[in-house]
Design a protein around this ligand. Sequence first.
Ligand code: PLP
Length: 435
Amino acid sequence: MILYSTNDKSVKVSFREAVIKGLADDGGLFMPSELPALPGSFIEKLNNIRLPEIAYEVSYNLLKDEIPAQDLRDIVERAITFDAPLAKLDEDKYILELFHGPTLAFKDFGARFMAKTLEYFNRNSDKEVIILVATSGDTGSAVANGFYKTEGVKVVLLYPSGKVSRIQEQQLTTLGENITALEVEGTFDDCQRLVKSAFSNEQLSSRIKLSSANSINIARLLPQSFYYFNAFARTSDSGEPVIFSVPSGNFGNLTAGLFAEAMGLPVEKFIAATNANDVFTQYIRTGKYIPRPSVRTLSNAMDVGDPSNFARIQALYGNDYGTIKKKIESYSFSDEETKKGISEIQSKYGYIIDPHGSVGVLALDKYFEERGTKENAGIVLETAHPAKFKDIVEDAAGIRIEIPERLASCMGRQKQSKIISNNFDEFKEYLLSSY
Ligand SMILES: *Cc1c(COP(=O)(O)O)cnc(C)c1O
């Protein structure tokens, strides 16, 4: 697979290089120069194969030039160890449950696949890789978990102090071993800026082998396309194009869906569901992309004011607003609407949904309402387990929910974090003195 930088099409790298570097030297994101179509026979047999086999076939289609089939099988088998089942709410509304991994959010897919890939590429090197991750909550724990005790890899997590839930903070700060958590006095956008600045800093990159594991890393993104194929195959009238509603923050998940479509998945429409951080929704309305600082909401993993993957979406469609608008619809919802959504989904379908998923269902409903037709089945990506947002969900739905064991186990452990300011020089000093 050849990839280019979204800042400069003439910059070309291999998949291996893109995974290790994370971000191009010019600050651009790596983008596949080609997303080859899967054979028609693959789409036809989707009904009969399960997620791990789908994952293998899709990754083989993309990476066969660089990773031998047997090694790829091994990576996929060790990364995708849990399912992505589809729950049916009614005849044309489904929930794609992406929370069955170890940290109960969809980011487990990307993080685990990336961890196994990076381990594979680094297997003959004696230089340690330092992974920098800015997280608004779920990315960090998924990455930390994916890389936990991985040979030759250390992870430095940056999260905004006081802006993640208590459960998320416990997940981020209690692993120890090769995982360090930095508590940044600032916002998620500050965390992301610190990480981006570190990558473009020559002194740092000459001394330390830095890599990223954010949704900007292409190895995080590709495996997220697997479950779109799986979801399509599990709808009851499968064969017809479907609608995907994707609760979006940094737009990695949505971009992975666009990749799946480019490889041949029949999709009628993508819906980008956003909260008050609606920069993308405004873009779809007006054609103008105007980033602004993020604000806090109940669906905090979507509190992003300048989504990185916007650059990839633009690159995929040749910067053409008309094409993007045709492909992607977008709606934004307030916290009040989100809570009401949780409550209504519970009373109407008996389904307990988390705040992010609630925004996704609201967006799908609005789409159906605006079109006045439900010709195509709609699938909402449920990005996290409701127990991760226990207080909000219990409050909104008036019920009690149980915390799954794999989440409960971190609650009693000691928090270990280092507080730093949002100043780049302080972060840089920390890295130089620690690694
Ligand atoms: C990360 C995250 C999102 C946003 O995903 P993007 O790929 O950044 O758009 C939505 N919901 C949850 C629960 C998340 O953890």
